[in-house]
Design a protein around this ligand. Structure first.
Ligand code: SF4
Ligand code: SF4
Length: 142
């Protein structure tokens, strides 16, 4: 197999600007993540789903957005209100399969994410492993 375009690694250090939490785009959550977030907010699983999630076409579940299209858990003053329990897709950004797919796509996303191309360099193996399980699709067979 040939080496990926990011064979020398990629740099990333989040600046906490909040752009990525202000949409657009779904924030997929798995059943286990919903259970964890429900416990955190002291809600029943079904209450949490009704209040904070919506179903996407295809069956995955996403966190809801505010009227301004931000993630329902984004606080402009404090950032993510559930940071230590945030979904996998929030933890794996920007090493999503669709983003590291090509240098063009990486550069395109970097226009809105000032954390990309700065800070520590992540090794290609780490990037490829993260991209394989990036949380951007949590669909399961019925
Ligand atoms: S857009 Fe990038 S730098 Fe800004 S909060 Fe999101 S990951 Fe961090
Ligand atoms: S769960 Fe937190 S980190 Fe993820 S999009 Fe929402 S506010 Fe941002």
């Amino acid at each position: 197999m040939s080496a990926p375009w990011y064979a020398d690694g990629l740099r990333f250090a989040c600046t906490r600007c909040g752009n990525c939490c202000q949409g657009p785009g779904p924030v997929r959550v798995s059943d286990a993540e919903i259970a964890r977030l429900s416990r955190r907010l002291e809600l029943e699983d079904r209450e949490f789903r009704a209040m904070y999630t919506r179903r996407l076409r295809g069956g995955d579940v996403s966190l809801r957005e505010t009227r301004e299209k931000a993630c329902v858990f984004y606080d402009p003053a404090e950032g993510c209100r559930v940071h230590s329990d945030r979904p996998l897709q929030c933890r794996t950004w920007p090493f999503w399969s669709a983003v590291v797919h090509s240098p063009e796509r990486w550069s395109e996303e970097a226009r809105d994410c000032p954390g990309m191309n700065r800070g520590p360099r992540y090794e290609a193996g780490h990037i490829a492993g993260t991209a394989e399980r990036d949380g951007t699709s949590v669909s399961r067979p019925a």
